[in-house]
Design a binder for this molecule. Structure first.
Ligand code: ATP
Ligand code: MG
Length: 430
């Protein structure tokens, strides 16, 4: 096929055979966040480029390599959002939400765009859910947010033995400054062996080296200085609060000193929930987040306590229990008749069935009765409502309960046209 008529590499169609899994997962996610006092925010898919450059920061993979940016007809530089947090913070400050009483817990769901090399677990259009809590600096909130992530996984059917929670603390700006110096000193000792990206990162964003997927870089940074050894008293106490909060919520966690996250705006707590036992291969992080008190500086001039996470929906769908997200047993009617036999009463009945919440399919084509029955079987209809010549003349329908076996006495019976809806509703419960 002409390649212009294929979807763009790394951007997938979600077909009807899968879309119910998405719908059920999205429903579960919304309920999960609502129960914990979150409210949904929906921001545009396009934002000014500047928002992400300032918010995420130069020297990060996203800003340096992964953004879909273009000039629009007004000459403005526009970007397809690569993540959700910068937009949420923009919206929250633009609409002054934090000055208003009430909900400071927000969640979002939606597509994100990154120009990455497509591979398993890495798409160019992917979908994230994310949660943000504003206004609370206390470490116990960090614990609660992580717990919201782990309890979500459990709800979707991921087993406790199939994931780990990794945590770390980056400290505040001043802890980071000392750490950065020490890290750059350490990296310079092995500079020749680092990959080209990391040679560059040592200068532009040395913390990102700790996050490199290259095996040589990984083995070098195993012995790198640890951020936890550079925390000031307050940051150290804060990390203690996070750990004891996690204990209260019954969440087991491991400290991972290389967990720094690439984004400029992180401070103090960082965390990831990773799927283990090779269920996702090497792209095994499903939820990742951290505290980002300093992101607000670009918007309001001062720091403001904030913590959040983002999770990958495609990766979560890979590991979620399909039985939990599968469509529940459905009830469906096939209305089977030839076009010539169709009357106003039939249309009215079809309308009433649908209004009563019963999915009703009608095939008005000239296909044979046999073909229409085949279709009813294929879509697993519960009942066929049949209208042939006899039915038309007698003012009734023949109903066939397709759930029952061929020799069941109850399988086929007549019903007056004006009793159809009540009869179906009654039999639905059987
Ligand atoms: P990595 O280091 O793997 O590139 P990241 O730091 O870019 O990860 P985040 O920006 O923290 O990832 O995104 C949060 C989550 O969103 C990830 O843990 C993952 O589940 C999902 N995600 C990120 N990028 C992609 C992608 N290209 N395709 C599919 N899912 C993704
Ligand atoms: Mg990435």
């Amino acid at each position: 096929m002409d390649s212009r008529f294929r979807s763009i590499k790394g951007m997938n169609d979600i077909l009807p055979s899968d879309s119910f899994l998405w719908i059920n997962l999205e429903k579960l996610l919304r309920e999960h966040f609502f129960m914990a006092g979150f409210r949904e925010i929906r921001t545009p898919v396009l934002e000014y480029l500047e928002l992400f450059v300032r918010g995420i920061g130069e020297g990060t993979d996203i800003v340096d390599k992964e953004m879909y940016s273009f000039r629009d007809k007004d000459g403005e530089m526009i970007t397809l959002r690569p993540e959700g947090t910068a937009s949420v913070v923009r919206a929250v400050t633009e609409h002054n939400l934090l000055k208003q009483e009430g909900i400071h817990r927000l969640f979002y769901l939606g597509p994100m765009f990154r120009y990455e090399r497509p591979q398993k677990g890495r798409l160019r259009q992917f979908h994230q859910f994310g949660a943000e809590i504003f206004g609370i600096a206390d470490g116990s909130i960090d614990g609660e947010l992580i717990y919201l992530g782990t309890s979500l996984l459990l709800k979707t059917g991921v087993k406790e033995s199939d994931f780990v929670v990794k945590i770390n603390s980056l400290g505040c700006q001043s802890c980071r400054k000392n750490y950065r110096e020490s890290l750059v000193g350490f990296l310079n000792q092995s500079k020749e062996s680092l990959c080209d990206d990391c040679k560059r990162r040592t200068v532009t964003n040395p913390l990102r080296v700790l996050d490199c997927k290259n095996e040589v870089c990984k083995s070098i940074t195993e012995k790198s200085p640890k951020t936890l050894d550079f925390l000031c008293t307050e940051c150290s106490a804060h990390f203690g609060e996070v750990q004891s909060s996690l204990k209260c919520f019954g969440v087991k966690s491991e400290v991972d000193h290389r967990l720094v996250r690439g984004l400029d705006y992180y401070s103090r707590t960082t965390f990831e929930i990773q799927i283990i036992n090779n269920l996702l291969g090497s792209q095994n992080t499903v939820i990742a987040g951290g505290r980002y008190d300093s992101l607000f500086r670009d918007f309001t001039g001062g720091d403001y306590p904030a913590i959040g996470f983002a999770g990958g929906i495609e990766r979560l769908l890979e590991v979620a229990g399909k039985d939990i997200l599968a469509a529940k047993d459905e009830f469906r009617i096939s209305f089977i008749s030839s076009v010539g036999l169709f009357e106003e009463t039939d249309l009215r009945n079809i309308g009433k069935l649908r209004e009563a919440g019963i999915e009703t399919e009608v095939d008005l084509s000239k296909r044979s009765f046999k073909a229409k029955f085949k279709r009813a079987d294929r879509i697993k209809s519960s009942f066929a409502v049949i209208k042939g010549d006899d039915e038309k003349n007698g003012g009734y329908y023949t109903l066939k309960d397709l759930r029952l076996s061929m020799n069941s006495e109850e399988k086929q019976f007549r019903i007056n046209a004006d009793e159809l809806v009540n009869e179906i509703l009654k039999r639905r419960k059987v």
